[in-house]
Write a protein that binds this ligand. Structure first.
Ligand SMILES: [Zn+2]
Length: 413
């Protein structure tokens, strides 16, 4: 079963690839007739475009997984995470990032929006041929430290490997002072680079942006970060604040979007900014639950992100999609077409969020990035993918090259 996303599923579908690209898509009979000399590989189950993980941190890999089980609430969790960072070696960061990449590939992911805090995440993604964007992160920077941070970012963007697309990530509205945040937006846009930030993740963030007080204000003061919103706030929601400083647009996608209202959602739609939903991370960090049913009903562009192993049980995008599906149903979304809509978010929606026009769909000319899931094919393939796809990836192909193909996949050539 072939699920091209940009067209109806094909029960006896086939794709023909040439080098890194898809040459043609059709029924197996049509493809065999048009390309009689082409070697055939038959897969079981459902073949989809490669999944797009629209928000993760590869560097926070397997050695941080205990934090996802720690039960710490958001601000304590982030303080613990920052404390643990200092103890990691460069070799440790690279090993963790590689561990995350293996987990991503093994679950059918071919592109990621990866937040890079240290640097080895770029190396691990590039060497695996993973698609998507590595967003070099800025965290804990105020006006006084912006010139040095600007120089660091400029250097990081210059030396990055040619095979990996780089963007910028101002961490949040509360860990990056407004002047530095604006500086990062300008630096990215001057270089034609994409942007990605955490937005409206916790109630503490909303309190700080509104009035400049609360647990986040206390943490910033303790760290000596001279944030311009301290004790003042911006008097509005995080989404409206981000828009007011020029931080929304079709070149920006945001992670989480938990604490948003109808006006915020309208703003995100008008600006063309997608939201990467990460409901399992939100639950683990006790940050709340995004209004998935409202996002769907309002027609917001959405994508699916797992977040990192420090706040998520896995990097499996279909496991995350199943969790988003359950949240949507519980919030009253109609089950009619829901699975198809969310598989779309996990593929084409993610590609759109990252600005990847030739990924997330199976169409001639697009990248030959796809994944195969050993799920039932006797019913709706979207429902099968959501209900059974998690942990059932049997092959992942990037640019026409198999990158993860367990020996027991049942594949025959
Ligand atoms: Zn994150």
């Amino acid at each position: 079963m072939l699920v091209p996303i940009c067209a109806e599923p094909l029960a006896d579908g086939a794709i023909v690839t040439s080098a890194e690209r898809i040459l043609a898509v059709g029924t197996r009979r049509e493809m065999t007739r048009a390309f009689p000399d082409c070697p055939v590989r038959v897969y079981p189950g459902v073949l989809t475009p490669g999944l797009v993980n629209a928000h993760t941190h590869l560097e926070y890999g397997p050695s941080f997984a205990d934090l996802a089980r720690s039960g710490l609430p958001f601000v304590k969790w982030i303080n613990t995470l920052v404390g643990r960072r200092d103890a990691m070696s460069q070799a440790g960061w690279l090993a963790d990032a590689r561990g995350s990449v293996r987990a991503a590939l093994a679950s059918g992911t071919t592109a990621v929006a990866d937040i890079v805090t240290i640097g080895p995440g770029i190396v691990a993604a590039a060497e695996a041929g993973l698609g998507g964007v590595s967003y070099v992160e800025t965290v804990g920077v105020d006006q006084a430290h912006w010139p040095a941070e600007r120089a660091r970012l400029t250097a990081a963007l210059t030396v990055g490997p040619a095979e990996r697309r780089l963007g910028l990530s101002p961490h949040t509205l509360y860990t990056v002072d407004t002047s530095a945040f604006r500086g990062i937006l300008a630096l990215a846009r001057d270089g034609g680079r994409r942007l990605h930030t955490h937005l409206a993740e916790s109630a503490d963030e909303s309190e700080f942006v509104l009035s400049g007080v609360g647990p986040i204000a206390r943490t910033l003061s303790a760290l000596g970060i001279d944030h311009d919103l301290l004790e003042r706030g911006a008097g509005c929601t995080p989404t409206r604040r981000l828009d007011a400083i020029g931080g929304l647009g079709p070149d920006v996608h945001v992670a989480h979007g938990v604490h948003v209202d109808a006006e915020d959602r309208a703003l995100l739609r008008e600006r063309g900014s997608s939201v990467a939903l990460c409901v399992r991370s939100n639950r683990i960090l006790q940050a709340g639950t995004p209004a998935v049913a409202d996002y769907l009903a309002d027609g917001n562009p959405i994508a699916i992100g797992t977040d990192s192993l420090a706040s998520s049980p896995s990097l499996d995008v279909l496991e995350e999609t199943a969790a988003v599906f359950a949240v949507a149903l519980a919030q009253g979304a109609s089950p009619q077409g829901l699975a198809a809509r969310l598989v779309d978010a996990a593929t084409r929606g993610g590609a759109s969020a990252l600005g990847l026009p030739d990924a997330g769909i199976l169409r001639a000319g697009c990248r030959a990035d796809f994944a195969v899931f050993d799920v039932p094919t006797d019913g709706d393939p979207y429902e099968a993918l959501v209900a059974h796809g998690g942990g059932r990836c049997v092959a992942t192909v990037i640019g026409g090259r198999p990158v993860s193909e367990p020996a027991d996949s049942g594949r025959r050539s």
